[in-house]
Design a protein around this ligand. Sequence first.
Ligand code: NAP
Length: 252
Amino acid sequence: MTLEGKRALVTGGGRGIGRAIAERLAAEGARVVVTGRTRAEIDEVAGRLGGEAVEVDLGDRAALGRAIEAISGGGRVDVLVNNAGIAESAPVVRTSDEMFDRAMAVNVAAPLALTRAFLPAMVEARWGRVVNVASVAGLVGHAYTSAYCASKHALIGLTRSVALEVADKGVTVNAVCPGWVETRMVEEAVGRIAKTTGRSEGDARSTLEKMSPQGRLIEPGEVAHLVMALVGEGGRGIHGQALVVDGGGVMR
Ligand code: NAP
């Protein structure tokens, strides 16, 4: 198997896209470490995959520092997938400083801290993979999600910058940019749209589906498939990219 002997950290690996990524990497032989705040979810995934679960709120710098120490105690991280993220929405005039700070802390500062912690050992081993789960909202603007959009644009900037630093060191650094994916994040968006517009949840969901020319939501496994393509040996030339998996939505 491609990832035999490798250890992979997937933040937000307890559900949704992160869980699908953890499952895919484990199926390729990696020992996975999953993090999240919801103990039952990370325990379930780690238990099933024979991996490790580390409970941490990525928005809490001190807790993140302790989690990094605990993860480092278990050995080197060869594959870092910064997947955890939050997506609060509001018109810009109702986007508070706190909302902005939360988005930047979880979606950007935590990936930076984890990269800073685990990149040196990858460089030393002359093999490593960093994959940041951004969003199409990191490439184009989306109304009513200015804090989220700003944080995902920042995450792509971080990806490109780190990629340049380690380009000749056997480590690749990339971002994946999903469109709407069938997870709790979409369920919450559907609920919000229905509530604010007075439309039915079915109508709200269909609006999201129509944002893709394929007229559908992406499955978490499709994002995991792209991540695996980057992590596997065949992906070693793909570097500093922000790869879209959205059924073609950002091309129009
Ligand atoms: P999800 O089901 O809501 O999962 C989010 C994950 O992030 C959960 O495992 C959650 O765990 C973790 N997380 C959130 N805040 C955290 C915090 N403060 N500390 C630690 N962990 C935290 O959503 P998803 O769709 O799988 O999202 C995964 C990633 O994909 C996110 O970065 C998101 O921005 C991105 N994305 C999603 C979509 C979409 O349509 N679903 C589209 C584009 C990009 P706990 O709640 O247990 O902490």
